[in-house]
Write a protein that binds this ligand. Structure first.
Ligand SMILES: *[C@@H]1O[C@H](CO)[C@@H](O)[C@H](O)[C@H]1NC(C)=O
Ligand SMILES: *[C@@H]1O[C@H](CO)[C@@H](O)[C@H](O)[C@H]1NC(C)=O
Ligand SMILES: *[C@@H]1O[C@H](CO)[C@@H](O)[C@H](O)[C@H]1NC(C)=O
Ligand SMILES: *[C@@H]1O[C@H](CO)[C@@H](O)[C@H](O)[C@H]1NC(C)=O
Ligand SMILES: *[C@@H]1O[C@H](CO)[C@@H](O)[C@H](O)[C@H]1NC(C)=O
Length: 479
């Protein structure tokens, strides 16, 4: 509108009568613009007049202010982004972590599913009102971005956090509760993690919580988001993803991303082994893209692998994939344990700074390149004598004095090192004992736990025993 009006109306200098007519026109135009902007202002500053929020939300907010007890699973409302056509296949991932007795939330579908899993106990909702939004890419991105708004609008009592995830996201809910428990849900928080692949963050944002890894919105932030969400969806119609729309909208409120390294978008190709064998010192919160990646355990299905990992997680949630190092100084070995998942034995002495660096067993998401990633990696050597011997979780037992996990040697098809002494030593099995890690551990500045070879590192019937324990104050992990 304004564009054409700014162009000159006359070629020759205007006469006095023309000037008056012009002034009147200008005056009318100014009035028109003023009244239109006034109308727009009043509608956008009170959008709940358009989409009224239920009355009881006020009381809910009041109740959540009063209840200051520690955050537990009942305070989280999950919103899983699903679709009617794929839910039937994807539900297996959600069923791995969804406990029908305690988990609250819904999978949000575009329409009523034709077939439902017989024993499904995850309730679903049909997304409403999303088709009227303009979009350049997929309409489902609009629908999924709106889940946080629709979840909030349900007005369910005692919700402190709205946690969004995909239908192929696996949450470790005990650790999620530990992480969210550090933050006050009455303040505005946007919690998650960016992508592992630099190219993805460059393309989207380093300040965006990637949706597949899942993200958490505090009640206070959800209340503000609900007011402006539909306006954002109109403004950001040209965006690609749903998480990008939420990101843009959250940044209109001025809330930055609070990074938690346990959320894993897993924007990588190949084998995620390296990351989970050298996880950062943060509780494991989520995994994503499991059917796009190699299974976590060799020669197993993705679902079986997850069940295996969860069998260890369920007896010591705070410790899952936490790394400890020890050295066998007599043999000159370095041993790296990722509790509940894997152990690596190197027949050389590697410094702690190297052991905590993930082996690059994967490529970037978009370009399938060797990097860059948002963390350092070290290459997996092609020399079989430099490669670590790998052990994977086999059995989990829980006793009064902590857990015992056993790890079995994995013999891949790759060439073996001829001179490698671990082959002569014939370690086939490693037994690891550890006390249960208190979730309170994550409230303080973490320190990696130490490990100790038991029985002087003796190997009996192909089996070694290692104990994980708190490091002593003066203790260091030194070659
Ligand atoms: C919560 O509600 C009670 C009455 O129902 C009121 O007295 C109190 O001031 C409210 N608190 C807040 C923080 O709004
Ligand atoms: C969670 O905490 C609330 C109080 O804030 C309590 O009423 C409820 O029983 C707790 N639920 C679980 C599962 O611990
Ligand atoms: C999901 O699990 C069921 C059994 O629980 C199985 O029959 C089905 O094939 C699985 N679906 C996929 C896509 O893996
Ligand atoms: C849910 O509760 C029932 C009854 O208390 C119990 O038998 C079942 O094992 C529970 N399920 C899970 C997944 O905890
Ligand atoms: C795990 O170990 C326990 C105790 O040694 C044993 O009873 C159980 O059968 C083992 N489970 C598997 C799957 O090997």
């Amino acid at each position: 509108m304004s564009h054409t009006r700014l162009e000159p109306i006359h070629d020759s200098p205007p006469k006095l009568g023309d000037v008056i007519v012009l002034l009147i026109r200008a005056g009318v135009l100014v009035c028109l613009v003023a009244s239109v902007s006034l109308a727009l202002h009043s509608t956008f500053s009170k959008p709940d007049r358009w989409f009224p929020l239920p009355e009881h939300i006020r009381t809910v907010q009041n109740a959540s202010v009063i209840d200051n007890g520690p955050t537990n699973i009942s305070h989280i409302l999950f919103g899983i982004a699903g679709s009617a056509n794929t839910w039937h296949d994807r539900i297996n991932y959600s069923m791995l972590w969804w406990n029908p007795n305690t988990t609250r939330g819904f999978v949000w579908l575009d329409k009523r599913p034709r077939i439902l899993h017989a024993d499904t106990s995850i309730p679903y909702q049909i997304s409403q009102g999303w088709t009227r939004f303009r979009h350049v890419h997929s309409a489902s991105a609009v629908r999924i971005a709106r889940i946080v708004y629709e979840s909030f609008k349900l007005g369910l009592p005692k919700v402190r956090w709205f946690v969004m995830g995909d239908d192929d996201t696996v949450f470790f809910t005990e650790n999620l509760v530990t992480v969210l428990g550090k933050y006050d849900h009455n303040l505005m928080y946007y919690i998650g993690a960016c992508s592992e692949s630099v190219e993805q963050n460059v393309m989207h944002s380093y300040n965006m919580a990637f949706g597949g890894g899942g993200f958490a919105i505090s009640y206070a932030l959800a209340a503000q988001l609900a007011k402006i969400m539909d306006g954002c969806l109109k403004r950001y119609f040209y965006f690609y993803g749903s998480d990008q729309r939420v990101w843009a909208c959250v940044h209109e409120i001025g809330v930055p991303l609070t990074r938690e390294g346990g959320f894993h978008q897993f924007d990588i190709r190949g084998n995620p082994y390296g990351i989970l064998a050298a996880h950062p010192l943060e509780p494991l919160v989520s995994l994503h893209h499991l059917d796009q990646l190699h299974p976590l355990f060799p020669n197993q299905t993705p679902i079986y692998s997850m069940k295996k990992l969860i069998s260890a997680y369920s007896i010591d949630p705070a410790r899952i994939v936490q790394q400890s190092f020890c050295y066998d100084h007599n043999r000159g070995w370095s041993i790296s344990i990722s509790w509940g998942y894997t152990i690596q034995i190197y027949t050389t002495l590697l410094i702690a700074a190297d052991l905590q660096m993930p082996l690059q067993t994967f490529h970037t998401w978009r370009s399938w390149k060797d990097g860059p990633f948002t963390f350092n990696t070290r290459p997996m050597s092609s020399d079989p004598c430099q490669k670590p011997a790998l052990f994977f979780l086999d059995n989990v037992t829980n006793g009064r004095s902590g857990s015992v996990t056993t790890y079995k040697r994995y013999e891949g098809k790759e060439a073996k090192c001829k001179t490698e002494d671990i082959n002569h030593a014939k370690v086939q099995k490693i037994k690891v004992s550890a006390l249960k890690l208190d979730p309170e551990y994550w409230k303080n500045v973490p320190r990696r736990q130490c490990c100790k070879l038991m029985n002087g590192g003796s190997i009996k019937d192909g089996s070694m025993h290692i104990r994980i324990r708190k490091c002593r104050l003066q203790e260091t992990i030194t070659i």
